[in-house]
Every structure is written in structure tokens, then in C-alpha cells.
Design a protein around this ligand. Sequence first.
Ligand code: CS2
Length: 492
Amino acid sequence: MKRLSNETLSHVPDRVQPPAYDRTQLKAGIVHLGIGAFHRAHQAFYTEAVLNRFGGDWGIIGCSLRSASVREQLAPQDGLYTLVERSSDEEKLQIIGAVTSVMVGPEDPAALVQVMADPAIKIVSLTVTEKGYCHDPATGDLNLENPDIQHDLRHLSNPKTAIGYLVASLKARMETGVSSFTAMSCDNLPNNGEVLEKAVHQFAGQVSPELAQWIRANTTFPCTMIDRIVPATTDADREHVESVLGLRDEGTVFTEPFTQWVIEDNFANGRPQWEEVGAQLVDDVEIFEKIKLRLLNGAHSTLAYSGYLAGFEYVSEVMSEPAFVRMIETYHAREAGETVTAPEGFDIESYKAQLRDRFRNTSLKHRTWQIAMDGSQKLPQRLLHTVREQLSGKGHIDIIALGVAAWIRYVTGVDENGDPIEVSDPMAQKLREICDRTQGNPEAMARGVIALREVFGTDLIDHPVFVEAVVYWLTEFYRKGVKATVQAHFTE
Ligand code: CS2
């Protein structure tokens, strides 16, 4: 079967929307670090819409900082891939042409630094996941003990981390008199621009005061709120696209129709007209980010751990179980709902109902296991900040405590049938050791995990209300199982 490419693009059927601009004229103005499925379904989708409307020089050089798999998918296809938007009863296919090439950092780090230092590059954007910031999630400080950060401080011209690449290329720009780019985080972190800025400044401060000063004066780090559910692509997805296109597309991405992007309008060196194609350019992103992280991601993580343990493979399956839906409705109404105030004109009740509908989308195969990844990096901003706010005002924390207990039960690495769980988390080993040591004693297990300062900070360790609530749920899980516990507590 022929591959999708510039040459075969004209063969795609009419129901598939191709790029509307001349790709041969497309130049790159953006380098994106972390070209996974999420970027291809979100920022590249908005940029494609800008190119479709205005043409221009905002093509994207996509970079992988780890494996070569995306390059292998996209290079033979000249960067083209199919984006499939699926609701429960409809699907829309579009070919995205915004990606001009894909680079693999580890193959030649200096070459990537050089590309990032090119004056044509005006924006470097990132989706490198929470752990890619190499920071301490509880304090937000760059973790100077992180072995990859230590490597980058010693070998700045051949970096490994996103932070190292940013500082190395900004240093090259300073030394050659090239104006700075904008560094734009698109990861699911509160104040993601500030997190990135702090990490870059702390790293640059270790390199030279002059560089740190130059970055402070020239580089901007807008905050963004990004939202679109993008499950990992499956073989069945690729086969489906092949049957529609009559061409093989190894790089296809499936997503939902919903999409939202709120961007702080703080760019050092120009930007595409994303506001013309649906993005919101605003002065302050914080409230949007807080609403999304707490109502969407907090619910997602709670559903993922409890749902996985209850035997559900996909989020839509968890949402077919009424007790789990009631649990999330209660979480939305009370715990997360009580800590967010919607901006003027934002109908938060419809937003919550819409979120639950999005989770119910049966045409997306979103695995609970996928969301369960990296809990140690996600829990602080998704659940624990809410706990702190609620505890300070004696608010509800029950379902958050349930979510934390489900996470602890999950990272034991053994499910309720005694089968292994593949726990993917930078702290997996440490977590496993605590759980193994305290096996059979849910209270000791909960206390042992909550003592992890990197995740829980220092204030929750001895908080009697929080600790007691987590111990309660974990004990229930071991006694009755997760599904029966949720059913017992969230029946009408
Ligand atoms: C999910 C998110 O994998 C996860 O942890 O909660 O990726 C979620 O799908 C997106 O944030 C939706 O915008």
C-alpha cells in the first residue's frame, strides 16, 4: 500500500480535507519539542487552520527528545498525517501539512540547538509532559540533582532535556546577536509559562549571570491552557484511515471534536494569528487553567485509577457505570467545583456536563492506563492543590482522598486479581518499595506514600483530616475492592 505523501496527496477522497495552501512555499517559524499525538491534534491543528486561511511562514519543525518513532512515521510522508475527529456518531478527516520536518534530538543534539538558534525560528513550543520540566512538582524549583540536568550543565552544546535545549539555543542566539524566540509551554501544569521560565532561569543562572540576564530581558514565556482528549493511536485506527484514504498513514491521530486553547498574549518575536481560528488570546490564563486542571484532569485521574482497578480498560466504559458517574458529579459539584470561580460569561455547569459527555465518547478508545501514567507528577496540580484549599476552609475532600487512595492502590503494581500492573512513573520504584514494605497495613501504606515530600509537600504529611480520609478509602479498597466500594458509596 502506498504511503500518504506530497506525491500521493492528490489521491485522497473528497471527504478528506487536504491543506489549502502551497506546501512547497511553506517555511518553518516554530520548533516544537515533543511532537507526540497531542501536539499533532492540538497546536499543529490550530497552526494548520492559520496556514489554510493566511498561508505564511509558520510551519513547524517537530522534535522528539527521545525516540525516533514519530520521525519514522512522518518523514516518509513528507510530514503529512491525517487528523480524525470522532464523536459518538460522526467522524471528520483532515490532512495536516503544517509539519515541515521531524528531528530526533538524541541523534544529533548540536544540530537541533543550531536549528533552534536560527533567526527564522520565532517560537519554541513544548509538550514534553510534566516530568519534562525536571522540576520538583511540590515546590516548582528546577531539580538540580536530576541526572539529565546535571548532564546538560556539563555538556550544554549536546543537551538531553528540553530545558538544556532552550538554554543552549538562547545562549547561541545571544552570542550571535539573534533576537530571542518565545518559549511557549503547552503542558498541563498550572502557570506552565512560569514553571518553564523558572526552570530556564535557574538553569541559565548556573551557566552565566550574563546569559540569565539576557534571557530575562529578551525571552517571554506565555502561559497557555490546552484542552483536547487525544488517546494513543491504535493499529485499528491506522487500518481505518487506510480504508478511507486508500493510502497508508503511519502518523494518523484520533481525537474528539472539542478543542480549546487559551494563550497569554505575550510573544517576544511575533506569532501566528491563532485568535482568527478559534484560540483565545487573553491577558491572564490562570483561571482557565485552574478550571481545566481541576474539573477535567482531576476527574480524569480519579476515574483512571479507580476505573483501572475496577477492571475498566477505557474511560467511556467507566462512564457507563452509574456509581462512577455519580462519584464524578459529586466531585464536580463539591470538591473541585467549590474551589473554582468561573470568569464572566462562562457557564460552568454546562462545562461540567459537557466534560462528562466528553468522557462518555465511545468512539475514542482512551485507556485508563494511559491517563494513569506519571501520577507522581500529575497529582499535585490535579488534586492536591484543591485539597489544600478545601482543608483551609473545611470544605469537602472525600473524593479527592478516594482518588489519592486509588493511586496508592494502583502503584502497588498488583491489581485486585493479583495480576501485575505496568506502572509507568518516574517514581515507580520508590513507590513500589513503600507499598511492598507496608503490604497488609493500609494505614502504614497511606502514611508512607503521603510522606513523599516531592509529591505531597510537607503540609499534608500529618494533616489528620486528609490522612484519615485516604486511610479510610484504602482500607475499604482492600476490604471490598474498588468497584464495590464506589458502588456502595455512590448509589442513589
Ligand atoms: C489526561 C490528559 O493523560 C492524561 O493525564 O488527563 O491528557 C487529558 O486528556 C488532556 O489534558 C485533555 O485536554
